[in-house]
Ligand binder design. Structure first.
Ligand SMILES: C/C(=C\CNc1ncnc2c1ncn2[C@@H]1O[C@H](COP(=O)(O)O)[C@@H](O)[C@H]1O)CO
Length: 282
């Protein structure tokens, strides 16, 4: 699907679930906006209950579709990063190289299916002959799945989509990004920290970009007792695509990362000596 020509005389194109809409047909809220609004003018208690009940079924259907589409994916790494990093930018080329190296190592590459770093990682994977996966999201005025996705699944709900990233990936490479990237990064870290998932490697590519965030976590959050020092070691910093891919794949392949034995149930956190083979995140 090309991105070109989306905005013409009839206005920008948006997607609502399986529908692609323009102009008058695109008026009105998205499914996410309807779900999350608290001031729905149409909602008597009965209508609201009925509507939400149907939404639950739609959400259920989205899980079923996602699980069905991805069940046979095999080894996969997710790449998160800015939707706004354009071709030619250093970060775009780095994400592309990450996608390429992961594919060459036999891993499927999973992204949010959008533009920027997502497109770059999908592109690298496809160029290397790997399976390039996009978990798209319905957004107002979204541009649609990028051209480099081979297996694309669209979601209406961010939270359903996040489950798919976490369920079907053995690790994460995170390239520079904004709020969406931070959301995905911290979702993964929180689930590891709280023992909701078996831990997996999280590699941050770009020491200049991510270093200050890791410093802040250690110097402020750890220093104030809000984060266990061991949790900081869940993050691994890399300077190059090669290093990022090596770190994530070494950890997946043979590294020892936290499992249930490293979980301290009394304190609801990882023990400090779990031996995560991450190297120094500083
Ligand atoms: C803003 C633009 C396009 C938005 N399209 C997106 N499509 C798919 N996934 C997206 C999109 N925007 C954000 N995401 C998800 O969040 C991460 C990037 O967000 P950030 O705020 O840019 O860091 C990314 O990993 C996606 O999963 C085009 O102008």
């Amino acid at each position: 699907m090309s991105h070109h020509g989306d905005a013409d005389a009839s206005g920008p194109r948006i997607r609502r679930g399986p529908q692609t809409l323009r102009g008058a047909a695109a008026a009105g809220p998205t499914f996410d906006q309807l779900l999350l609004r608290s001031d729905d003018p149409r909602s008597s208690e009965r209508q609201s209950t009925t509507t939400d009940a149907w939404r639950v079924l739609r959400i259920q259907g989205e899980f079923v579709e996602g699980f069905g589409a991805l069940a046979d994916l095999g080894p996969a790494i997710s790449v998160f990063g800015s939707a706004r990093t354009g071709p030619g930018a250093v970060e775009y080329e780095q994400a592309r190289e990450v996608g390429r190296r992961l594919a060459e190592a036999g891993f499927s590459v999973v992204t949010g299916g959008g533009p920027g770093a997502m497109e770059a990682a999908n592109r690298g994977a496809k160029e290397a002959g790997g399976l390039s996966v996009g978990l798209g999201i319905e957004l107002p005025h979204e541009q649609g799945m990028n051209d480099w996705v081979d297996l694309g699944v669209d979601f209406r709900y961010f939270f359903v989509r996040k489950v798919m990233f976490l369920k079907y990936s053995q690790g994460f490479v995170v390239v520079p990004g904004g709020l969406g990237t931070l959301d995905e990064l911290f979702e993964a870290l929180t689930l590891v920290q709280t023992g909701k998932v078996t831990a997996f490697p999280v590699v941050l590519l770009g020491r200049d970009f991510w270093g200050p965030l890791v410093d802040w976590i250690r110097d402020s959050l750890v220093a104030r007792g809000m984060v266990n020092p061991a949790d900081v070691s869940l993050l691994q910093l890399a300077d190059s695509p090669e290093e990022a891919v090596d770190l994530v794949l070494n950890t997946v392949a043979g590294g020892r990362w936290p499992d249930r034995e490293d979980w301290d149930p009394d304190h609801q956190r990882l023990t400090a000596d779990h031996g995560f083979a991450s190297g120094d995140p500083q």
